[in-house]
Design a protein around this ligand. Structure first.
Ligand code: CP
Length: 306
């Protein structure tokens, strides 16, 4: 089990490996026919103990487009977890049926427990408020395609930076590229956790925390919007008070750069006005499509096919 490759956090991949995955995803986009049969007779298990639309379906679409098959479940209720089975036993069982696992779980660290007993590669498809490395790969591919680079830019993260696992993973990833400035836009209660702040300080990068998006809009090359994560709040009152703190609309974009790229991992609730969707700077549905291509590249890589 020692030499099986798992991806639990984005830092499980070196910068060179990330860059190779991005290049492979671009090659898949350019030459899809060359990839259609590469996973023939291979099976992907999607084990989703927590709801998902994009991550689960893009993993499944990725495997199907590579000529492989998919099996799995989309909620804990429809698996033997509902009868009390441990994650470790579930993983050992699925290892008898599949070649690779994409797993989402509401508990932080669950994929770390899972990988200890796994005989096949595990990809973390999101664990609680912790990490979401394949969303980060999706975000990096999107930034690379939109901007033509992954260095020399100012990126603003806006919204729920406390519970937004996509934010934590993307900050960790962008810290490894040159000359990135970070602007963290959130209310006091939803600031990034202490460990994320420590990473920013350790790396010695330029970063700041602000409350309004208006005060920093002209500086930004990327605006990464997030929803307030209702499912991670301890009480509904706090959620209701904070949920509409930020709503990006055309008025707020008036001072933005013409080549700003607006990203959002989705799902969106209310934080981006639908009117923004038709602005060319809105990248979030292109980002969704990129998620399929980068997951195709990752599956190929972890199965040792490319
Ligand atoms: N971005 C993302 O993780 O979306 P889903 O929750 O729909 O998978």
């Amino acid at each position: 089990m020692e030499n099986i490759r798992h991806v639990i956090n984005i830092t499980d991949l070196s910068v060179d490996e990330i860059n190779e995955l991005i290049e492979m995803a671009k090659d898949i986009i350019a030459h899809p026919e060359e990839y259609r049969e590469l996973c023939r007779y291979k099976k992907l298990a999607t084990l989703f103990f927590e709801p998902s639309t994009r991550t689960r379906l893009s993993f499944e679409a990725a495997m199907l487009e590579l000529g492989g098959s998919v099996l799995g479940f989309s909620s804990a209720d429809s698996s033997s977890a509902a009868k009390g089975e441990s994650v470790s036993d579930t993983i050992q069982t699925v290892g008898c049926y599949a070649d690779i696992i994409a797993m989402r779980h509401p508990k932080e660290g669950a994929p770390i427990a899972a990988k200890q007993r796994s005989t096949i590669p595990i990809i973390n498809a999101g664990d609680g408020g912790h990490f979401h490395p394949t969303q980060t790969l999706t975000d990096l591919l999107t930034i690379s395609r939109e901007k033509g680079r992954l260095s020399d830019m100012t990126i603003g993260f806006c919204g729920d930076l406390q519970f937004g696992r996509t934010v934590h993973s993307l900050i960790d990833a962008m810290l490894r590229y040159d000359n990135i400035k970070f602007v963290l836009i959130s209310p006091e209660e939803l600031k990034v956790p202490e460990y994320v702040r420590d990473h920013l300080i350790e790396k010695g990068v330029e970063w700041k925390e602000v409350y309004t998006m208006e005060e920093v809009m002209p500086e930004l090359d990327i605006l990464y919007m997030t929803r307030v994560q209702r499912e991670r709040f301890f009480n509904e009152e706090d959620y209701v008070r904070l949920k509409d703190t930020y709503i990006l609309d055309m008025e707020k974009l008036k001072t933005a750069k013409e080549d700003l790229s607006i990203l959002h991992p989705l799902p969106r609730v209310n934080e981006i006005s639908v009117a923004v969707d038709s602005d060319p700077r809105a990248c979030y549905f292109r980002q969704v499509l990129n998620g399929k291509y980068i997951r195709m590249a990752l599956i190929l890589r972890l199965l040792g096919i490319r």
